[in-house]
Structures are given as C-alpha cells and as structure tokens.
Design a binder for this molecule. Structure first.
Ligand code: TYM
Length: 339
C-alpha cells in the first residue's frame, strides 16, 4: 500500500506563497506525490485566529488556493481541499480538547512567542491557544505516515503525536497511528532576504513567486549579500550570502560553481549574480506563473477541483470520525448517525 502524507498551509499574510514556503514545504510535497498518496489542505480555519475581516479572509484563501494549484500542476495522487469544507476538523478538535492538558499547549512556541510580545492573556484568543489541537485534528483525521513541514511546525507535529497517544490510551483503542514529521535538514528553515530571520511574509523579507516581475526583481535586488564587499574587485564571501544560498536551490550547479569562484576572486559584481538569480527564478517558476493566470480566468475549474477534493477528504475524515465516535462512546443502541 502506498504511504500517505498530509500537509497544510495557512492563508495568512495576503495568501501568496514565497520561496520559503516552496522550498520548506511545497517542493517536498510535490516530490513525495511520486511515491505517496497525498492530502493537501488550505487551512482557512487556522487563519481565523488572526484574520477577522470577511473580505480579507476570503480573498487570502482564494489567492492561496490559486497559488498552490499553480505550483502543484499535476493533481493525480493529490487530494486538494479547503479545511472549512470538511466539518470533521472542528468536530474532532472538540473531542481532542478534552484529553489535552493545558500545560502541553502552554509550552507551544506560537503561544509563548505571543505572550512575550507585550501581550497579556486578554489579548490572546482561545483559538490561538488551541491552534495545535486543530492542527492535530487536521493531521489525525487522515492517518498520514508523514507530515512534510518546515522546522517552525515541528513542535506542532510532536504535540499531535502526544495527543494521538493520549487518545489511544484514554479510550483503549488504536484509532490513531503516530505520524512522523518530514523535515529535510537543508530546507528546514529558509532564511529571508535580510539574511537574519526566517523568511516570512510578516517580516517583509520574502521573494515572491506569483507577484509582478517588477516586484520580484526588487526583492532579489534587495537581498543581503556580503556587507564587507564595497567594489566588484573586492574578494567576496559566499557564507551567509543569501543570493548564493538561493542559487544553490534555483541555479544550474555548473554555472553557480563558476559564479562562486568569480565572486570569491572579486571578478564579478553583486548585480550580475543577482540578475542570474532573478533569471533562474523566472525560468523555474514560468510554468507555474502561466498556470496561475490560466486558473484565475477559469474559476469553474478551480471550483470543481475543490469540490472533488472536499468529497474525497470528507470520505476519509468521516470514516475516522466513526471510529472516534465509537471509541469515546458517542453511540448507543438507538444511534442512527452516519456521515
Ligand atoms: P504556514 O502556513 O505558516 O507555512 C506553510 C508551510 O511552509 C513552511 N515554511 C517554511 N519552511 C522553511 N522555511 C521558511 N522560511 C518557511 N516558512 C514557512 C511551514 O513550516 C509549513 O510547513 N500551521 C501550519 C499550517 C497547517 C498544517 C496543518 C501543516 C495547518 N494544518 C497540518 C501541516 C499539517 C502553518 O501555519 O504553516
């Protein structure tokens, strides 16, 4: 039997994807589709913890859906769906709430980080505190073997394992297998164009995938290189140089090695190397950028993809929920419920 993977992306920021999301999550996911059955979810319920404006949530979700579909291209072996189209996610969350100690959630990074940023308990909504349980539900409903994520989400997968074990033990039923995170070391954290912090929309240190050519060129040109290098003839450093870091993923190896040599010798300018990065990005993402435009002008097709995905996802999630209901005793001799 083919193994199964599940991944999710939240439509936060403005819903657009950057190369950090691509390298940290989507690229692995595409690679794994060759050998695994895959579930990929647009986690719009997660976005509600921070986005509480109707238009914004709905626009972001649409944008993310188009971005993801454009990157994926071939959808065979992928069940692509929107989290809020599958009500079992919120249902399981309630059940898991009851076996999850608050202490476990208090140790979650996302919550601890918020508390440190001058926020009091009154500024943090319960959804944000509870977020790891919703994510555990996202994962456990599909019983995946692997969950491909960036390192920032590793703790959430560990919490998921903990919750799954507690459930199985509390109800003396082997409902949930324990999923493993899948985090290749070289892409565990993609640093931003500032070279200092994780690439993240909210920090403005990203290189976009679907923005205009002009925007992407600007992002590439502002990427951190080697601050000790003033003139083209100064010997340059590759370590910590984000342009070369990105080129290791997006450039052609032979050409990148040659550029590195010239850079170290002081025989090439920053601009020339950045131009090569820009051209490489445009080349690699050209098919996805084209698909993005096609999808934008074909809403009916997108709708059909989501409908098909939701039906398949509900089938799998519903079967798991029947086991869950049975295990916890949400059933009796007069029960008639089925999904
Ligand atoms: P999100 O939307 O913040 O990010 C989506 C995926 O991209 C990865 N990622 C990165 N990886 C490496 N370097 C970076 N700079 C970088 N930025 C983002 C994230 O680790 C993530 O894998 N809670 C999740 C979404 C989610 C989910 C799930 C994931 C909801 N349910 C179930 C897996 C399984 C989140 O907010 O990711």
């Amino acid at each position: 039997m083919r193994k199964r993977i599940l991944a999710g992306i939240t439509p936060s920021g403005d819903g657009t994807l950057h190369i950090g999301n691509y390298l940290g999550a989507v690229r692995q996911f595409i690679e794994l589709t060759k050998s695994h059955d895959c579930f990929l979810m647009v986690a719009d319920l997660h976005a509600l913890t921070t986005i509480q404006e109707r238009e914004t949530l709905s626009n972001n979700t649409e944008t993310l859906i188009l971005n993801e579909l454009a990157l994926l291209g071939d959808l065979s072996h992928i069940v692509f769906f929107r989290q809020s189209d599958v009500p079992m996610h919120t249902e399981l969350t309630w059940i898991l709430n009851n076996i999850t100690p608050m202490g476990l959630l208090k140790r979650a990074h996302a919550y601890k980080d918020k508390l440190q940023k001058d926020m009091t308990l009154d500024d943090i909504n319960l959804g944000l505190f509870n977020y790891p349980i919703l994510m555990a539900s996202d994962i456990l409903l599909y019983k995946p073997d692997l969950v491909p994520v960036g390192r920032d989400q590793k703790q959430h997968v560990e919490i998921t394992r903990d919750i799954a074990e507690r459930f199985n033990k509390t109800f003396k039923a082997k409902v949930f297998p324990l999923p493993d995170p899948f985090i290749p070391e070289e892409v565990a954290v993609i640093m931003g164009t500032d070279g200092k912090r994780k690439m993240s929309k909210s920090l403005g240190n990203i290189i976009s995938i679907f923005e205009s050519e002009e925007t992407i060129r600007k992002q590439v040109m502002s990427t951190y290189t080697d601050p000790t290098r003033i003139h083209k003839t100064d010997p340059g450093h590759i370590e910590g140089n984000m342009v070369f870091r990105y080129l290791d993923f997006f450039g052609e190896k032979g050409k990148v090695d040659q550029l590195k040599k010239l850079y170290i010798e002081g025989n090439i300018s920053d601009i020339e190397v950045k131009n090569y990065l820009y051209d490489s990005l445009m080349k690699i993402f050209a098919p996805a950028r084209k698909r993005y435009q096609d999808l934008r002008s074909n809403p009916q097709k997108v709708r059909e993809i989501l409908e098909t995905g939701a039906v398949k996802a509900r089938g799998v999630a519903g079967a798991t929920m029947m086991e869950v209901r049975d295990a916890v005793g949400l059933t009796n001799s007069y029960s008639f419920f089925s999904y």
